[in-house]
Unconditional design. Structure first.
Length: 66
């Protein structure tokens, strides 16, 4: 699964730590999601979408192999 979490953070000018605090996870969790090593739960994805004011599909995109 591809994501543009880093881009969304840049648009809102928030750090990994800021986002982590807003959705109540560790900064390391945000880092592993951004790097594609971890796919977040539906709940986390929805929380991120709410923070950025976008649909989940604006952050995460399925790849052909998913």
């Amino acid at each position: 699964m591809k994501n543009n979490l880093r881009v969304q953070r840049a648009i809102k000018n928030i750090t990994q730590a800021d986002l982590a605090e807003l959705i109540q996870v560790s900064r390391q969790t945000i880092n592993t999601i951004e790097s594609g090593k971890y796919v977040p739960s539906t709940v986390l994805a929805l929380k991120m979408a709410k923070v950025f004011g976008v649909a989940v599909e604006a952050i995460f995109e399925l790849e052909d192999e998913d």
